[in-house]
Design a protein around this ligand. Structure first.
Ligand code: ATP
Length: 225
C-alpha cells in the first residue's frame, strides 16, 4: 500500500507535537522511561504521553490490574517534565485499538502533529495491528531501537518505503512518515522484572523506587504468569 507524505516546507510554522508511547507497562521500568525522556527532547514534543493499553488481544492478561498499572505510571512520571499518562485506552471496558484512539485525539487536537512511538519489537509485528494503515494516516511513527529486537520482513519493507530524515519528520504533518531512533540501550523488560519478583530476586535500579515500593505494598507479581 502507498501512503502519501505531506512534507511541509521550511517556512511552515511548527505545530504542537504530541507524542504517544503505547504499551502494557506491567510494570513501567527504566527501559520505558529513559527513552521517553530522550524522545521528548529529540522531537521537541509539547508532551509525551505514556499510554497504557486495555488488556491487549495478542497478549496474556496483565499481571497487575489496570488501576495498578496506571498508578505506577503516574508515580514514575511525577515531576518528569513533558511526560504524562494518557489512560483512556486502559480505562475502556472493551478492547481498544490505537487507530480509534488516534482518531479521537486527532478530533480533539486537530492542530497537533501526532507522533506514535514504539520499540523495534512492537514495530516488527505492526502488521498484526488493527488498521495499521489507518494509524499511519493519522500519525508519524518513531521506532525506538531496543536491545535484541530486530526487524521482520514486513517492518523492514515498510520502513524502506516510508522512512524519512529527522528534519522531514519534524517538519511534516501527521502522515505516515517513519524514523528509527537510537536511544540509550537498556536491556530491561517487564517480563524479566515480573520473573525476578516472583523468584524473590531484587529489581532495584531497574525501575523507580516509588514503583518498587508500590509493588511491594500491593504484593504484585508474586507468581509467574
Ligand atoms: P513485556 O516484557 O511484558 O512484553 P515490555 O518491557 O516489552 O513488556 P511494554 O509495556 O510491552 O514493555 O512496552 C511498551 C513499549 O516500550 C513497546 O513499544 C516496547 O517495544 C517498548 N520498550 C519496552 N522496553 C523497552 C526497552 N528496554 N528499550 C526500548 N523500548 C522498550
Amino acid at each position: 500500500m502507498a501512503i502519501t507524505l505531506h512534507v511541509a516546507d521550511e517556512s511552515t510554522p511548527v505545530s504542537r507535537r504530541i507524542g504517544l508511547f503505547g504499551g502494557t507497562f506491567d510494570p513501567v521500568h527504566y527501559g520505558h522511561l529513559r527513552p521517553a525522556v530522550e524522545m521528548a527532547e529529540r522531537y521537541e514534543l509539547t508532551t509525551l504521553y505514556l499510554m497504557p493499553n486495555h488488556k491487549p488481544a495478542h497478549r496474556q492478561p496483565a499481571a497487575a490490574t489496570t488501576d495498578n498499572r496506571i498508578e505506577m505510571l503516574e508515580m514514575a512520571v511525577h515531576n518528569a517534565p513533558k511526560l504524562e499518562v494518557e489512560a483512556r485506552e486502559a480505562l475502556r471496558d472493551r478492547p481498544s485499538y490505537t487507530y480509534d484512539t488516534l482518531c479521537e485525539i486527532n478530533q480533539e487536537q486537530p492542530d497537533a502533529t501526532l507522533m506514535f512511538f514504539m520499540g523495534m519489537d512492537a514495530f516488527a509485528a505492526f502488521d498484526t495491528w488493527h488498521n495499521w494503515e489507518g494509524v499511519l494516516a493519522l500519525a508519524n511513527l518513531v521506532i525506538v531501537n531496543r536491545p535484541a529486537a530486530s526487524h521482520s520482513a514486513f517492518s523492514r519493507d515498510l520502513l524502506k518505503r516510508q522512512q524519512a530524515s529527522h528534519g522531514e519528520l519534524i517538519r511534516c504533518g501527521s502522515t505516515g512518515v517513519i524514523e528509527t531512533c537510537d536511544v540509550t540501550q537498556l536491556a530491561i523488560s517487564a517480563t524479566d522484572v515480573r520473573r525476578r519478583i516472583a523468584s524473590d530476586l531484587s529489581v532495584r535500579f531497574l525501575l523507580p523506587e516509588p514503583v518498587l515500593e508500590y509493588i511491594a505494598d500491593n504484593s504484585l507479581y508474586q507468581y509467574n504468569h
